[in-house]
Design a protein around this ligand. Structure first.
Ligand SMILES: NC(=O)c1ccc[n+]([C@@H]2O[C@H](COP(=O)([O-])OP(=O)(O)OC[C@H]3O[C@@H](n4cnc5c(N)ncnc54)[C@H](O)[C@@H]3O)[C@@H](O)[C@H]2O)c1
Length: 418
C-alpha cells in the first residue's frame, strides 16, 4: 500500500505556511491540541478521514496526530483539495490521498486507500467514506468504534441508513452541534460563498438580484451577506416556516419559476437535487450566474444545462459559459460543486476552529464512551458543545454573566407566577 498520493510533494513548504496561518486563527483547536499532546488519547488508534483537504482540516489532522493517532486522509470532494496543504501533511507523515481535479474513479480510489488503512474512528463530510465502508466492506463494520459526520447532507444520509436498519456503527452528528451549524453553516458559508462568487467572477453584487434557494442555516448566511453587499435578495423555499422567516427577515419570497426571470446570480443551498433545472434555465436572463453551495453537485441539474446548450466554453478559471440556442449565455461556477471551496478557500479558519474542535472532542468522547454507544446517529454531547463555546469566548476575550443560585431555582420552579 502507498504511504500517500498527492499532486506534488514539492508544494509542502507552501502548504506549511498556509497551515501556520490557519493555526494562528484556530485558538480553541490549538488549545485542545496542547492537551492532547500531554494526554495522548489516541495512542495506537488509526483514524480515517474524508474531509475537504484545506489548511483548516490540516490543523484538525495535526491535532489528532498530536493525540497519538495515525491518520489517513482523503478529500470529500473531487475539486476541493488544496494541493499544497495535502503535500505538507503527507510530508509530515499523514497518509494523504488527495489532489485537486479528481475523476469519480480517483475519488473512490482515495476513499478505498483510507479504508485500507484500517481505521477504528472515521471522520466524514458528506458520508461517502461511511457509505462506502457499508456498501463494500461490511466485514469492517465491527472494527469501527464510531464515526463523525461534518455536514447536513451527510447527517441526512446517515439517518436514512439508521432508519433502514443498516447502520453498522455509532455516529456522532457533529453538524448538529450548536457551535457548529449556527456558525459554520451560517457565517462560514455565508462569507465564503460570496467570496467564491466574487473571486470567480469579480462582478459587483450591489444592485444585482441574487436568488438564494434554501433558507436553512447556509441559505440564511448567504442571503445575509449578499444583502450586506447591496444585492436585492430573493429567497426560494419549500418549507412554509422557513419561507415565512425569510419574508419577515425582509426578503422577497417566491417560487423559482418566478425568480428565474429576475435573478442575476442564483445560489443553491438546499441539500436537495434538481433544484435549478431545465424549466428554470429556459427562463433565465442572458448572463445569469449559477453557483451551488450545497454538498453535492446535483442542485443545479447539469445534465439539463448540457442538453440545452449548443456550446460550452471555459471563460476563466472556475467559470464555464453555456451557450443556449437563442444566443443567451448562462455561467456555471466551479462545475456546480461547492462554490466556496472550489472557487475560494472554503470557510474561514476562525469558524472551522469551532467545527473541528467539536470533531476533535467527539473523537476523544468516542474513545472514552464508544463501548456504550449503539449503531445510531447521536447528537454531539452537550458538554462538548458547551466546552467549545466557552473556549471560543475565552479565546475572544469575552466574559459573560452567570446565573445566581436564586435565579437557577426560579427557572426550575413552576410555583412563581404573576
Ligand atoms: N458550502 C459549504 O461549505 C457547506 C457548509 C455547510 C453545509 N453545506 C451543505 O449545504 C446544504 C444545506 O445545508 P444547511 O445546513 O443549510 O441545511 P438546512 O437543512 O438547514 O437547510 C436546507 C433548506 O433547503 C430547503 N430546501 C430543500 N429542498 C429545497 C428545494 N427543492 N427548493 C428550495 N428549498 C429547498 C429546506 O426546506 C431547508 O430550509 C447541505 O447540502 C449541506 O451539507 C455546505
Amino acid at each position: 500500500m502507498e504511504d500517500y498520493r498527492v499532486a506534488d510533494i514539492g508544494l509542502a513548504g507552501e502548504g506549511e505556511k498556509l497551515i501556520r496561518w490557519a493555526e494562528a486563527h484556530m485558538p480553541v483547536l490549538m488549545k485542545i491540541r496542547g492537551r492532547f499532546s500531554d494526554e495522548r488519547p489516541f495512542e495506537g488508534i488509526r483514524i480515517g478521514c474524508c474531509l475537504h483537504v484545506t489548511k483548516e482540516t490540516a490543523v484538525l489532522i495535526r491535532t489528532l496526530v498530536a493525540g497519538g493517532a495515525e491518520v489517513a486522509l482523503c478529500g470529500s470532494n473531487p475539486l476541493s483539495t488544496n494541493d499544497a496543504v495535502a503535500a505538507a501533511l503527507a510530508e509530515g507523515g499523514v497518509h494523504v490521498f488527495a489532489w485537486r481535479g479528481q475523476s469519480r474513479d480517483d475519488y473512490y480510489w482515495c476513499i478505498e486507500q483510507v479504508i485500507g488503512h484500517g481505521p477504528s474512528l472515521v471522520h466524514d463530510d458528506g458520508a461517502d467514506l461511511i457509505a462506502t465502508i457499508h456498501e463494500r466492506h461490511g466485514g469492517l463494520l465491527d472494527r469501527i468504534t464510531c464515526g463523525f459526520e461534518e455536514t447536513t447532507t451527510g447527517v441526512l444520509r446517515l439517518k436514512a441508513m439508521e432508519e433502514e436498519g443498516v447502520l453498522g456503527f455509532p455516529i456522532i452528528a457533529v453538524n448538529e452541534a450548536r457551535t457548529k451549524r449556527l456558525f459554520d453553516n451560517r457565517y462560514g458559508t455565508g462569507q465564503s460563498v460570496v467570496d467564491g462568487i466574487m473571486r470567480a467572477t469579480s462582478v459587483l453584487l450591489a444592485g444585482k438580484t441574487v436568488v438564494v434557494c434554501g433558507y436553512g442555516w447556509c441559505g440564511r448566511g448567504i442571503a445575509m451577506r449578499a444583502r450586506g453587499l447591496g444585492a436585492r435578495v430573493v429567497v426560494c423555499e419549500v418549507d412554509p416556516v422557513k419561507a415565512l422567516e425569510a419574508v419577515m427577515d425582509g426578503y422577497r419570497v417566491m417560487p423559482l419559476s418566478e425568480a428565474a426571470r429576475l435573478g442575476d446570480i442564483f445560489i443553491t443551498a438546499t441539500g436537495c437535487e434538481k433544484v435549478i433545472r431545465r424549466e428554470h434555465m429556459e427562463l433565465m436572463k442572458d448572463g445569469a450566474i449559477l453557483a451551488n453551495a450545497g454538498h453535492f453537485n446535483v442542485e443545479i441539474w447539469i445534465p439539463d444545462l448540457e442538453e440545452l446548450a449548443v456550446g460550452k466554453e471555459q471563460v476563466k478559471p472556475c467559470v464555464e459559459a453555456y451557450l443556449l440556442p437563442d444566443g443567451r449565455k448562462l455561467y456555471l461556477l466551479g462545475e456546480g460543486r461547492l462554490v466556496n471551496l472550489v472557487c475560494a478557500d472554503g470557510h474561514p479558519p476562525d469558524v472551522m476552529d469551532m467545527s473541528f474542535s467539536n470533531q476533535a472532542l467527539c473523537a476523544e468522547y468516542a474513545i472514552k464512551h464508544g463501548g456504550e454507544l449503539e449503531p445510531r446517529v447521536y447528537l454531539v454531547p452537550e458538554e462538548v458543545d458547551m466546552a467549545v463555546a466557552k473556549l471560543k469566548l475565552e479565546a475572544l476575550g469575552v466574559r459573560i454573566d452567570e446565573l445566581t443560585p436564586e435565579q437557577e431555582a426560579y427557572l426550575a420552579s413552576w410555583r412563581l407566577g404573576t
